[in-house]
Design a protein around this ligand. Structure first.
Ligand code: HEM
Length: 225
């Protein structure tokens, strides 16, 4: 048995190949745990962690099983939420099973598919934000906000002079056209109220924030007469 172990522990057999000193001979009579053999025998440091909570401490007494609150009882079957039967009698869960992911995702119909637009270099959303905060005139010369009826709005329907109304506010959309991720689609609302088309396309986009520097006025009803 020992020869078998020696073949697996060459260092041990090497050590034993030289004549053992008296001291070694003495210690070899008492079996030692190899993990402690690297410790200095003079070192009497005790690294055993203390009991936690300390024996006899108030915390330990308060944790005594006899003083703990009993666990809540399992509700009777009639109190359980209706749902599929539990997989086993041991399970007390009344949660619905997770939805199946085996069904393939529904495909968008061709007509609803969005066309990706490649924005020209220097026309990213970050570039737009930088332009807005640069102080450049994005209102095409409008210095004060005015009341704009549909007949006036209609006049601004060209690519180089495009206004559109969203939620009662009229914006000069011309400078934003090249930054719009949806590209030329934006021109569909030039010269008119685009609130409906906008909210049908991407109601989550914050137009007030994105075009605040392009505000030119407020949409009002056509004056009668
Ligand atoms: C001036 C008002 C508008 C602003 C500020 C605006 C802004 C944006 C922004 C930020 C996106 C990217 C957001 C996203 O994909 O989730 C986007 C995408 C898009 N927008 Fe607009 N938009 C405006 C008006 C419109 C209008 C009137 C249309 C007309 C249909 C339109 C059509 C699209 C389309 C089709 C996309 C998708 C582009 C893609 O998937 O790459 N947008 N727009």
């Amino acid at each position: 048995m020992s020869s078998y172990l020696r073949s697996w522990l060459p260092t041990l057999s090497l050590q034993r190949s030289r004549p053992a000193t008296d001291e070694e001979e003495e210690s070899s009579t008492t079996p030692t745990n190899p993990s402690f053999s690297i410790q200095n025998p003079d070192d009497d440091n005790d690294d055993t962690p203390p009991a936690f909570p300390a024996i006899g401490s108030a915390q330990r007494i308060s944790l005594a099983p006899s003083t703990l609150m009993p666990p809540p009882s399992i509700p009777a079957p009639r109190h359980r939420v209706p749902g599929p039967p539990a997989p086993s009698s041991l399970s007390s869960s009344s949660l619905m099973p997770p939805p199946s992911t085996t069904r393939p995702p529904t495909q968008l119909s061709k007509s609803k598919k969005r066309e990706k637009v490649v924005l020209a270099p220097g026309h990213s959303p970050l570039d737009w934000a930088a332009l807005k905060s640069s102080g450049a005139d994005l209102r095409s010369g409008v210095t004060s906000l005015t009341r704009i009826p549909p007949s006036v709005l209609r006049l601004h329907n060209k690519r180089d002079d495009a206004w559109a109304a969203f939620n009662g506010k009229v914006y000069n959309i011309t400078p934003y056209l090249d930054f719009h991720p949806g590209g030329e689609e934006l021109m569909r609302v030039a010269g008119r109220d685009g609130t409906k088309l906008f909210s049908l396309t991407h109601a989550w986009v914050n137009v007030d924030f994105m075009l605040d520097a392009c505000l030119v006025g407020f949409l009002v009803a056509e004056p009668s007469s």
